[in-house]
Design a binder for this molecule. Structure first.
Ligand code: APR
Length: 235
């Protein structure tokens, strides 16, 4: 069984997708039971849908808040968070918007696709809103609808966030990809960047995908099983 000695690496990046949260009970986006097989993203997850019917889109995201709050981080999340406490070069780059890494205790988290727990006014910026139901759906300054600060279909990613992610990827010597189908860009290109910068690349995913051949090692298991075993300390 593959194990990692973290001290052998100067910087470790965990690159996570929806599969990271699956064992916590948060549904993935694609595949059986995936969010986009139940909901049409054109009605719920794009700026046009929000402009057509803000209340419908906000209600959908409020339901997601509720379902995420009913879930808890699993041993895989805690393995990463514990490692960050002991090792100065540990980062999470996540496509997830659920805040589960932070709930487990991770602090060095780069959220590529934003967060369910922030709201944004087009004119007045971003507000934290960590509650089951929205504190407000209208900007207190201008009264316009607030939208969740997440990247919807057709949205541009925040360039500062991508730059930050690129810096830590280029610097890392161990890159561990967990629970992503590797189809949504630019995130899907990150493993290749890590590889080109000579990082050892490991994939944790029960299912293979197009990116799988790129990895040095592949663990066909779930995040909750694989991460604690991968970083199991010798006793
Ligand atoms: N452990 C690890 N991986 C898992 C597990 C698990 N327990 N369960 C499922 N997986 C894997 C699946 O095999 C699949 O490869 O997680 C992956 C989930 O893929 P997607 O649902 O496509 O999620 P993701 O890659 O994060 O999607 C990217 O798409 O719609 C957008 O913005 C949304 O951030 C999301 C982006």
């Amino acid at each position: 069984m593959l194990t990692i000695q973290p001290d052998n690496y100067k910087s470790i990046v965990f690159f996570t997708g929806a599969g990271m949260s699956a064992e916590s009970g948060v549904p993935t986006y694609r595949g059986r039971g995936g969010v986009w097989s139940q909901y049409n993203w054109e009605e719920y997850a794009c700026q046009q849908a929000f402009e057509r019917n803000p209340e419908k889109v906000l209600t959908f995201h409020e339901l997601r808040r509720k379902s995420v709050l009913a879930c808890t981080p699993h041993p895989g999340h805690f393995t990463i968070a514990e490692l960050e406490k002991k090792h100065p070069g540990v980062y999470v780059i996540t496509q997830n918007i659920d805040g589960m890494h932070q709930r487990a205790g991770s602090r060095n988290v780069i959220e590529l696709h934003g967060s369910l727990w922030r709201m944004r006014c087009h004119s007045h910026g971003i507000f934290e809103d960590i509650s089951e139901t929205y504190q407000s759906t209208r900007c207190t300054q201008c009264g316009k609808w607030l939208r969740p600060d997440i990247i919807w279909f057709g949205d541009m990613l925040n360039q500062d966030v991508i730059n930050e992610a690129m810096i830590v990827i280029r610097r890392c010597d161990l890159f561990i990809s967990i629970g992503t189908s590797g189809v949504v860009w630019p995130a899907a290109g990150f493993p290749r960047v890590a590889k080109e910068h000579n990082a050892r690349c490991i994939e944790i995913n029960p299912e293979p995908n197009e990116m799988s051949p790129l990895y040095n090692d592949t663990i066909r298991d779930t995040a909750g099983n694989a991460l604690p075993s991968l970083f199991k300390e010798d006793t």
